[in-house]
Design a protein around this ligand. Structure first.
Ligand code: SF4
Length: 196
């Protein structure tokens, strides 16, 4: 596995408590980073999103995350993108609805990679921006995360986390997608639009 650092580390390892933050997108990350910093932790963004389809959408979300990293002075690590491998992992679950069994495997896929990176690079803890979204069930995220050592159960949607992420993303003019990420969620979003 090969990852690419897109910005220089702001702090030398060991000088502050760094936490690896699995980052699904810039909009969700904006409020999570603010909260972690308020708690005295320094988040390092880990953009690991092989679930996103198509590739152009992945690039848009990555560009927005690079912008956020620049604006907030954050370190960003970009994981490999391998949508074929992700498709293999969710095989047989294609017809599951959002919040169903496919999503649990999807969380597990990203967390296994985040946890492996955290271990190799001396992070004691990792967590995920996914919990800020009201469209995600925090318990499902935590159940996937706790299989891996060092996972922190951060429920970022609490204390108006989602509202804050929307405010910040508007203020910082971050790209805002209108579906979760995979082709199945894209189809569901298109169906919803048609019904309206
Ligand atoms: S709907 Fe979202 S969380 Fe569920 S499998 Fe697709 S990308 Fe992953």
């Amino acid at each position: 596995m090969e990852q690419h650092e897109r910005s220089n580390p702001r702090y030398p390892e060991g000088s502050v408590t760094r936490v690896l933050l699995h980052t699904c997108c810039a909009v969700c990350a904006a409020a999570c980073t603010e909260r972690l910093r308020r708690e005295g932790l320094e988040p390092v963004l880990f953009f690991s999103n092989s679930n996103i389809y198509p590739r152009e959408e992945y690039e848009r979300r990555l560009a927005a995350t690079e912008k956020l990293a620049e604006l907030q002075g954050l370190e960003l690590v970009v994981d490999d993108y391998d949508h074929e491998a992700w498709r293999e992992a969710v095989k047989g679950l294609e017809r599951e609805p959002e919040k169903g069994a496919r999503c649990a495997v999807c969380f597990d896929y990203s967390f296994s990679r985040t946890s492996a990176y955290a271990r190799r690079h001396g992070f004691d803890h990792f967590t995920s921006t996914l919990s800020v979204s009201p469209h995600k069930v925090s318990r499902m995220i935590f159940d996937a995360g706790k299989k891996y050592p060092g996972f922190r159960e951060e429920d970022f949607k609490k204390r108006d986390g989602f509202k804050r992420s929307q405010e910040l993303s508007r203020e910082l003019e971050l790209y805002h997608q209108d579906y979760c990420g995979c082709e199945f969620s894209l189809n569901e979003a298109n169906e919803r639009k048609k019904r309206k």
